[in-house]
Design a protein around this ligand. Structure first.
Ligand code: NAP
Length: 245
């Protein structure tokens, strides 16, 4: 029987690439989108082409909303039965700004989406997963670099994801559930346009030691490995996927 992965924020970027990769490996994919139904439909089509017909479920979900997150897990279980992997991926940045110019609503939106949202998803995962399953939290290199003058609210929110990963790995390890995180660097997705700087990946890519930005597919492979049995003795790890940045 096919295994099932649940991915938040699967309509675009890293989440979509991860959904398609899991589908291509024969997994069922349950993913959430926030408002972009057209992109969600495209992810569904790509998953079906990569895998088999009927292997994908898209569900609208706001990770800031407890009931919405519970509904996402319920829908995935009802459709596919058990869940073997959770990718805690949905996240946002706000426009680049020094902290002195950040208004409180912006900070609340970033913290609610990236911290509260990720913790709610982690809680439902802890309630749902069973021995032999795994969670991957999507952090960011910003947690190490701090994003000064740009997004230090975002960087702080990703620091919380690192702490969540360390604690949750210890809490769920005795139940046979592994928890790891990845820290992507500069990856070509829409996230920079959402943050008001669409050319950021093109500008910063060449400054990375590997001389380029990364593709979402390169991140997806790391997530897949961490969820797969090939990483059976890996938990509490935070892996930089950043071309050396
Ligand atoms: P993206 O292309 O902008 O996609 C963001 C995804 O999150 C979309 O599927 C979006 O849904 C969803 N989303 C946004 N707000 C949400 C909410 N309140 N509730 C539920 N879903 C929501 O972003 P990405 O670059 O793939 O980023 C994915 C993760 O990687 C994020 O956690 C980000 O912080 C992290 N990351 C990215 C980079 C990078 O360089 N790209 C670097 C480091 C870390 P809709 O499509 O419906 O809007």
């Amino acid at each position: 029987m096919a295994k099932t992965v649940l991915i938040t924020g699967g309509s675009r970027g890293i989440g979509r690439a991860t959904a398609v990769l899991f589908a291509s490996k024969g997994w069922n994919v349950a993913f959430s989108y926030f408002g972009n139904q057209k992109s969600a439909n495209e992810t569904c089509a790509k998953c079906e082409r990569a895998g088999y017909t009927g292997n994908v479920l898209a569900r609208k979900c706001d990770v800031r909303d407890e009931l919405s997150v519970i509904d996402l897990f319920t829908a995935a279980r009802e459709r596919f039965g058990s869940i073997e992997g959770v990718v805690n991926n949905a996240g946002i940045v706000a426009p680049q700004s020094p902290i002195a110019e950040m208004d409180v609503e912006r900070m609340k939106t970033v913290f609610d989406t990236n911290i509260l949202g990720a913790y709610l998803v982690a809680r439902e995962a802890a309630r749902t997963l069973h021995s032999g399953t795994a969670i991957v939290n999507v952090s960011s290199m910003a947690a190490k670099l701090g994003a000064p003058g740009e997004y230090i609210d975002y960087a702080g929110s990703k620091g919380a994801i690192d702490a969540l990963t360390i604690g949750l790995a210890k809490e769920l390890g005795p139940m046979g559930i592994r928890v790891n995180a990845i820290r992507p660097g500069i990856i070509e997705t829409d996230i920079y346009a959402s943050g008001g700087h669409p050319d950021r990946a093109a500008e910063l890519g060449p400054t990375c030691p590997l001389g380029r930005s990364g593709d979402p597919e390169e991140v997806a492979h790391s997530i897949f490995w961490l969820i797969s049995p090939d990483a059976s003795y890996v938990t509490g790890s935070i892996m930089d996927i950043s071309g050396g940045r």
